[in-house]
Write a protein that binds this ligand. Structure first.
Ligand code: SF4
Length: 433
């Protein structure tokens, strides 16, 4: 069966899940019309209105079945565009998936009749199984991992298959990798930590590993299909947690004479000088650390599992080995005092003085996080969404604003935690609500 697969993407990248989805669709003999909608087209200028018409145009010329994947930030725009589109095209079958829709799968099915299915789980074979069932006209009750309607009842059967072992790239579909500057890799799934701001339920607490040879094959595939090697980035949340496996991966790169530049996520309580040296010798040039705060009180509250002293020590050590070291911070926690926030700013300034790149994000409420449960009474709405993302609701049309306000529980990117120190924090960062 032919399906149209649509993914919004940052410029010059291809979302990794697309490769695995297309591979599984190919295995079940489905034909894929794959379309990337790049940010340069849907958001030509930062801070300006997202062009939902760009998504509508992609839907218009699609096959009967459209599968769309997106993150939380684009979910309102995709749903808004779909509502208009499905009114004019009631026969099209719409499937949503990806991080954004999966967290709110039940609510989307309850409220948005224009969506026929929501794939809840990360296993890429679920979409292919669903398409095969639709093609054969089989009942959907055997399909696991998907929300669907059965006589107006919303049904869902948990799958929980250990999918990571079977991930593979497509054999027939030809991707155009020209101009792709960064290529993501996935070698493991899950995270054993419980940071209270994170949607760790969706990530999965159990660590599941892929054969490293399969990751190596993927790197070779990319190198064989690119004119200029991209920067590879391992997006495993817990890459450095298993030291033995990190060393094995570095050995395999050498054994296979793979000479690439790559990066990964680090965690300061798992990184030491020996690991940094081995990573650097294997071509790792960039490590990204989520530090989250410069205050020990906040780090304890969010259950980060390390303190400020260790973070500073490991970041400075890392800079000796990696060309780029990133330290990412969050502010706007409901329990963060002004003093805590100033500690974050001073740690940030200190790290910058050591040539470490820093990022400071305003806390986005995540529905499945512990903080959301504990502080939901303090949540407030703001139209000046530029404090959360690069989109700005205040410049959107009125019908879109009404749509968002009617569904704020599934669009938390427009919400923030109100608390006594917030006003002063925003004054310091120059951001207005
Ligand atoms: S923030 Fe990172 S380390 Fe913490 S629970 Fe989430 S994925 Fe794990």
């Amino acid at each position: 069966m032919k399906i149209t697969l649509i993914r919004p993407a940052l410029n010059k990248t291809i979302p990794l899940a697309s490769f695995y989805l297309i591979s599984e669709l190919e295995k079940q003999n489905h034909e894929v019309d794959f379309r990337l909608v790049y940010k340069k087209d849907y958001l030509p200028k930062n801070g300006h209105s997202v062009k939902t018409s760009v998504f509508e145009s992609a839907f218009k010329t699609s096959d009967k079945i459209i599968a769309i994947g997106c993150m939380n930030d684009l979910l309102p725009y995709i749903l808004f565009a779909l509502r208009k589109f499905k009114k004019r095209n009631p026969d099209k079958i719409v499937i949503l998936g990806g991080n954004g829709p999966s967290e709110y799968a039940k609510e989307i099915m309850d409220r948005f009749k224009e969506v026929d299915f929501v794939v809840k789980e990360k296993d890429p074979s679920i979409l292919a199984n669903l398409i095969t069932s639709i093609e054969r006209g089989e009942g959907l009750s055997r399909i696991k991992g998907v929300f669907f309607r059965d006589n107006k009842e919303i049904e869902y059967v948990h799958s929980n298959r250990d999918y990571i072992k079977d991930l593979s790239f497509p054999k027939r579909y030809k991707f155009n990798l020209n101009g792709i500057v960064e290529f993501l890799l996935l070698s493991a799934d899950g995270c054993p930590y419980k940071c209270t701001f994170c949607n760790n339920d969706a990530i999965g607490k159990k660590l599941a590993y892929r054969e490293l040879d399969s990751v190596i094959l993927e790197i070779k595939w990319v190198l064989n299909n690119s004119k200029k090697p991209p920067l590879f980035f391992l997006i495993d949340e817990s890459f450095v947690v298993n030291k033995k496996r990190v060393y094995k991966f570095c050995e395999k790169l050498k054994e296979n004479k793979i000479n690439i530049s790559w990066g990964c996520y680090g965690r300061v309580n798992h990184m030491d000088e020996n690991m940094a040296r081995i990573l650097a010798e294997a071509g790792c040039i960039c490590v990204f650390y989520g530090i989250e705060s410069g205050s020990d009180k906040v780090l304890k509250e969010i259950c980060k599992g390390f303190d400020v002293n260790l973070a500073k020590k490991v970041l400075i050590m890392s800079k000796k080995y990696f060309r780029k070291v990133f330290a990412s911070f969050i502010y706007g926690y409901p329990f963060e005092s002004l003093e805590d926030f100033k500690s974050t700013l001073s740690m940030k300034a200190f790290l910058e003085s050591k040539n470490i790149n820093t990022l400071l994000h305003f806390l986005t409420p995540v529905k499945s996080s512990k903080i959301y449960g504990d502080y939901s009474k303090d949540l407030k709405f703001s139209e000046k969404k530029d404090i959360f993302t690069f989109y700005n609701l205040s410049s959107e049309p009125d019908d879109f604003k009404r749509f968002v306000k009617a569904n704020l529980d599934i669009f938390p990117i427009y919400l923030y935690y109100d608390h006594p120190a917030l006003k002063e924090k925003l004054r310091i960062t120059g951001i207005k609500i």
